[in-house]
Write a protein that binds this ligand. Structure first.
Ligand code: SAM
Length: 427
């Protein structure tokens, strides 16, 4: 456990210094190649958990310290171990007993007494601390205050549920590749292997006890892909048919591009600005036995599309703050700054305006984000319609069972991440 605590504390420290959780975990796996899948799972669980509940654990640390802690790695160790004490099944004495030598391992032997005292005090004063911490927004919801204020102002009815949904563990959701197997037949295969699952949306299946995808039947053969139920709505909404010329302008890693190709025999161009991420599109399409033209291009630069011709359908799954997918990426809550929203909205405007020129008359463009901030969503689209006389918004229905939405804004909940969809037609 000591090693788990040290590695998770290291990862949390790197994230709070501005790095992404995914890249830091990947770096740890590379440096510690001997970690077993179980050990990796434990490090990942603790790092994710500490970041999900960071507002709470930080409030606890501040209440338990008599003076500020300047050694950040020691603070990171307390963050991960307090998370363990609150949310894991490990015995509290084991968590504390390992955390003390872990402080020495991190290079702070003199902090061992402090770590011991803070954790034992937490256990002793837990009820009193919990009441005080849960009375504050930061402690109760574990998001930066600006984020809480913004979501509360935009969604006076639903803000608490939206914030809570972002702190839940996400389900493992699959999309069945209907070119290879029906959903019912895949469910049968799962049943034969005693894997409990239920359906979500039109092509989705939720695996009730998440497991590595390599252990799922037919995954390597492309019978299923991992894709959130909210993300699975995009390809259906774009309404593609055989023979259409389609552009997925921000395609990597290729989840929605693959879904489009599973739905119809289209001529698909899958573009992305990032060459390395485009490689992931290739890998995903290869596994699914699907084909597209791959293109490295900036969707916001008209010069990059001079010879591209016109498309019948365009998917603009634009870069965004990703505020709707924090349950899968809890680092986002702490890495984003309030000014990022306007900066992102500006990039999105540029991309939308550029792509609109590539859409043929009567064609449709689906604008998509995985955000809940209206500046990137409803307001962005309102302004777009005001700038373009030839654009008409088609109302979309996201009302599959269990999917909560309002005007194209899908609120994150237990079944799916938060998404926004606007379907625009060129008239
Ligand atoms: C939300 S992700 C797309 C997810 C993808 N559609 C899927 O379903 O797997 C946004 C993508 O936009 C790409 N991107 C960011 N800025 C871009 C730009 N100016 N032009 C094209 N792609 C861009 C990013 O590299 C990233 O891969």
């Amino acid at each position: 456990m000591e090693r788990t605590q040290c590695l998770a504390a290291h990862v949390v420290g790197r994230v709070l210094a501005g790095r992404s959780l995914d890249s830091e975990l990947t770096a740890v796996w590379r440096q510690h190649a001997t970690l077993s899948p179980q050990q990796r799972g434990a490090v990942q669980d603790v790092a994710y958990g500490a970041l999900r509940h960071l507002g709470y654990v930080d409030a606890a640390i501040d209440r338990l310290l008599s003076r500020p802690l300047t050694d950040l790695p020691v603070r990171n160790l307390l963050q991960v171990t307090l998370y363990q004490l609150m949310h894991t099944k490990a015995h509290s004495y084991a968590i504390v007993n390992h955390a003390v030598p872990a402080a020495a391992k991190l290079g702070f032997p003199k902090a061992q007494g402090l770590v011991n005292a803070v954790l034992r005090n937490f256990l002793r004063r837990r009820d009193e601390l919990d009441a005080a911490i849960m009375a504050t927004d930061l402690g109760r919801y574990s998001y930066p205050q600006w984020w809480i204020d913004r979501v509360a102002a935009e969604y006076p009815e639903a803000w608490r549920e939206i914030l809570d949904a972002g702190n839940a563990r996400p389900p493992l959701t699959l999309r069945v590749n209907r070119r290879k197997i029906t959903r019912d037949n895949y469910l049968e295969m799962l049943k034969l292997q005693d894997i409990a699952a239920h359906v979500v949306g039109r092509q989705g299946i939720v695996i009730e006890k998440p497991r590595p995808v390599s252990l799922l039947p037919g995954f390597a053969d492309g019978q299923v892909s991992v894709q959130d139920a909210g993300a699975q709505m995009a390809a259906e909404l774009l309404d593609v048919a055989d023979g259409m010329r389609v552009l997925d302008a921000c395609a990597a890693p290729g989840g929605k591009a693959a879904h489009l190709l599973e739905l119809a025999d289209i001529d698909l161009t899958a573009a992305d600005i990032d060459a390395q991420r485009l490689q992931r599109v290739t890998e995903n399409l290869t596994r699914l036995s699907l084909n597209a033209k791959l293109l490295q291009a900036d969707a916001g630069d008209p010069a990059a599309w001079r010879n591209a011709g016109l498309f019948d359908r365009i998917l603009a799954d634009v870069p965004c703050t990703a505020s709707g997918v924090v349950r899968r990426h809890p680092d986002i809550k702490w890495l984003r700054k309030p000014t990022d929203i306007a900066a992102m909205a500006q990039r999105q405007t540029q991309i939308l305006d550029t792509l609109w020129q590539l859409l043929g008359s009567g064609g449709k463009l689906l604008y998509a984000t995985c955000s809940v901030f209206s500046e990137e969503n409803g307001r962005q689209v309102e302004q777009f319609i005001a700038r373009h006389d030839d654009a008409r918004q088609i109302a979309v229905s996201l009302s599959a069972e269990g999917l909560r939405q309002s005007h194209g804004q899908l609120f994150p909940d237990a079944a799916h991440d938060g998404f926004y969809y606007a379907l625009l037609e060129k008239v």
